[in-house]
Write a protein that binds this ligand. Structure first.
Ligand SMILES: O=C(CO)[C@H](O)[C@H](O)COP(=O)(O)O
Length: 147
């Protein structure tokens, strides 16, 4: 799986931690689209970079990080084809894959500590979409963006 990851200044340390976690998965490659310093940036710009990688097929899924995860998830969800899930624990991370087929995991660097983030990422990259009734609902979500 090709993963793209990005953050603003509110989640720089969490991004570096998540990249370390992802090194344990030999079948996952990670592209980091920034930001790379503590200088202030605008999270919608990072969201666009992450989503462009996914919608162009250069990445399968993404991890989007800002201070709370809220802004960057809102921005990602403006992009057609993106289902960004702002998750706060292992349960929501798992459900975002099983029920929502989320292709972007959003987390807050000022909210989630490294321990929970480790488990959330480990679960999220491996969990599969269950399909069935959930597929019908996800399809309806995707139809909304075409209205
Ligand atoms: O969480 C965020 C958006 O939802 C941002 O990371 C946060 O607003 C950035 O704040 P600051 O400019 O003070 O670093």
């Amino acid at each position: 799986m090709k993963l793209v990851i990005g953050c603003d200044q509110g989640a720089l340390e969490l991004k570096e931690h998540v990249k370390e976690v992802l090194k344990e998965f030999s079948d996952i490659t990670v592209e980091d689209v920034g930001t790379y310093t503590t200088d202030s940036v605008d999270y919608p710009d990072i969201a666009e970079k992450i989503c462009e990688k996914i919608t162009s097929g250069q990445a399968d899924r993404g991890i989007a990080l800002c201070g709370t995860g809220i802004g960057i998830s809102i921005a990602c969800n403006k992009v057609k084809g993106i289902r960004a899930a702002l998750c706060h624990n292992v349960f929501t991370a798992r459900m975002s894959r099983q029920h929502n087929d989320a292709n972007v995991l959003a987390m807050g660097g000022r909210d989630i500590s490294f321990g929970p983030a480790t488990e959330m990422v480990q679960v999220w990259v491996k969990e599969e979409f269950l399909g069935g009734r959930h597929e019908r609902r996800v399809n309806k979500i995707m139809e909304i963006q075409d209205k």
